[in-house]
Design a binder for this molecule. Structure first.
Ligand SMILES: Cc1cc2nc3c(=O)[nH]c(=O)nc-3n(C[C@H](O)[C@H](O)[C@H](O)COP(=O)(O)OP(=O)(O)OC[C@H]3O[C@@H](n4cnc5c(N)ncnc54)[C@H](O)[C@@H]3O)c2cc1C
Length: 376
C-alpha cells in the first residue's frame, strides 16, 4: 500500500529517505521546510507504526546532559514537540540511593545552570510530596527538572511527513522493503546511484539511511559502515494501579529515574511503565532482527526475558510497593540503537583521510560511516 496518494512508483528522485520512524519522518519534514523537492520516503512496515523503535518508546525527554551539544539538541527537539502541540510536560525526578549519586546531582546542577535549564535538588520529603506512592526511606535525595516531558513521537512524525506530502515534495511508500543500494565508482571512491526495493528501482542523487537498528545492514548494501549495534532495553507495563487510575490523566506524577538501579518508572494512564537498563548486555545483529511477518508484535518488540528483568522489578517494588500488587500487562525486550560513544550517528558519509574521496574508497578499509540515527 502506498501512502503517497499516487500509485505510480517513481523511477527517480533527488532524495530517497529509507525509514519512517521519528528520524526519517522529521528529516523529510525539515527538508521540505528548507525547500527541498523531489523526495521519496520508503518503509518496509505499515504506517503510521511501521514496527521500528519509535512505535513502542516510552517517549520521555530529560533535558540535562553534561555534554552541551546533547543538552541543546535535546532542548531543541523538545521545542519542536511543543511547536507541534504534542509535548506533555509532567516533570521528572532523578533519585539517589547512594551518597555518590547525590554528589553527581550537584554536578548536574552546574550543567543545568550553565545550559539554562531550570532544576533543583530536592529532599526525600519533597520527593514524597510530589510522588506520594514512593518509598522515600530508601532515598537520599533527588534532582528535579520541571520541564521533563513525554512526547508523541508517532503523531509528530506523521505530522512532519504529511506536511512534506501536502507541500507536494514527498511521495511515501509503506510496506516497501529496500533490498539493495547501488553505487558507482568515481575517482578515488564510490557514490550512491540507486535504491532497489521490492516494488522497483529508484535512481537517486542522495540516499539517507534512517533505519534505526537496521542501519548497519542498509549501509553495508552500499559498502559503508554505520557504527551502531541493536541492543535490548527491557520495559514492562504494570497495572492497573488504583492511585494512577484515579488521577484520570496520562501523566499526573513526575517520571522517576532511579539512577542507582538504572531503572525508571513512568505513569501511562492507569499503569506504570517500568524500564530497565541494568540487565546484562543483550545485543543483536541487524541481519538477525525478525521480519514484520515473523514478529508476534513488531520486529523491535521481542519477548521479555524474565530472568534478566526480575532483579530490577524487585528494586522497582522496593521503591514503589504498589508495583508488587499489580500485573505485568505488556512486557518487551525492546530494541534500540547503541553507538560506541552513546552519541547520535549523524551526517554525511565521511571522506577518506588519505585520498579525500567519499568512503568506501581504495585507500584503506572503510572506517565508521555516518547516517541519520536516533538520540534516544
Ligand atoms: C522500550 C524502549 C523505550 C524507549 N524509550 C525512549 C524514551 O523514553 N525517550 C527516547 O528519547 N527514546 C526512547 N527509546 C529510543 C527510541 O525509541 C529510538 O531512539 C527512536 O525511536 C529511533 O527512531 P529511528 O527513526 O531512528 O528508528 P525506527 O523507529 O526504528 O525507524 C527505522 C525504520 O526503518 C525501517 N526500515 C528498516 N529496514 C528497512 C528496509 N530494508 N527497507 C525499508 N525500511 C526499512 C523500519 O521498518 C523502521 O520503521 C526507547 C526505546 C525502547 C526500545
Amino acid at each position: 500500500m502506498s501512502d503517497s496518494g499516487s500509485n505510480a512508483f517513481p523511477s527517480s528522485a533527488k532524495v530517497v529517505v529509507i525509514g519512517a520512524g521519528i528520524v526519517g519522518n522529521c528529516l523529510v519534514g525539515h527538508l521540505s521546510r528548507l525547500g527541498w523537492t523531489d523526495m521519496v520516503q520508503i518503509d518496509k512496515g505499515p504506517l503510521p507504526n511501521p514496527g521500528g523503535s519509535t512505535g513502542h518508546a516510552s517517549n520521555f525527554i530529560f533535558p540535562t546532559d553534561h555534554n552541551k551539544e546533547m543538552a541543546f539538541l535535546t532542548i531543541d527537539s523538545q521545542n519542536q514537540y511543543i511547536d507541534a502541540g504534542l509535548n506533555n510536560t509532567c516533570g521528572g525526578i532523578e533519585v539517589a540511593r547512594e551518597p555518590q549519586r547525590l554528589e553527581e546531582f550537584k554536578r548536574r546542577m552546574t550543567s543545568a545552570k550553565a545550559w539554562g535549564i531550570e532544576a533543583s535538588l530536592v529532599t526525600p520529603a519533597e520527593i514524597k510530596e510530589m510522588v506520594p506512592f514512593i518509598n522515600e526511606d530508601i532515598l537520599l535525595g533527588g534532582y528535579y527538572t520541571p520541564s521533563v516531558s513525554v512526547v508523541d513521537s508517532l503523531a509528530t512524525g506523521t505530522k512532519m511527513r504529511e506536511e512534506a506530502m501536502a507541500n507536494g515534495v514527498l511521495h511515501v511508500f509503506a510496506n516497501t522493503e529496500v533490498l539493495d543500494v547501488e553505487t558507482e565508482d568515481v575517482p578515488g571512491g564510490k557514490r550512491v546511484t540507486a535504491v532497489v526495493t521490492d516494488k522497483g528501482r529508484i535512481e537517486a542523487e542522495y540516499v539517507v539511511v534512517a533505519c534505526g537498528v537496521w542501519s548497519p545492514r542498509i549501509a553495508a548494501m552500499a559498502g559503508a559502515n554505520i557504527p551502531l549495534t541493536p541492543a535490548v532495553h527491557q520495559m514492562a507495563d504494570v497495572g492497573p494501579i488504583d492511585i494512577l487510575q484515579e488521577s484520570n490523566k496520562e501523566l499526573a506524577y513526575p517520571i522517576i529515574r532511579d539512577m542507582d538501579t538504572f531503572c525508571y518508572e513512568r505513569q501511562s494512564s492507569g499503569s506504570m511503565e517500568v524500564g530497565s537498563y541494568a540487565h546484562r548486555p543483550i545485543l543483536m545483529r541487524a541481519d538477525d532482527i525478525p521480519s514484520n511477518a515473523e514478529s508476534a508484535l513488531t520486529p523491535t518488540e521481542l519477548p521479555l526475558t524474565y530472568d534478566d528483568f526480575d532483579p530490577q522489578m524487585e528494586q522497582a517494588i522496593d521503591l514503589m510497593e504498589m508495583l508488587g500488587d499489580a500485573e505485568i500487562r505488556y512486557a518487551i525486550n525492546g530494541l534500540l540503537s547503541l553507538t560506541p560513544d552513546a552519541n547520535p550517528v549523524l551526517g554525511e558519509t565521511p571522506r577518506c583521510a588519505t585520498c579525500g574521496a567519499r568512503l568506501p574508497c581504495g585507500s584503506r578499509k572503510a572506517p565508521a560511516s555516518r547516517s541519520s540515527s536516533p538520540s534516544g
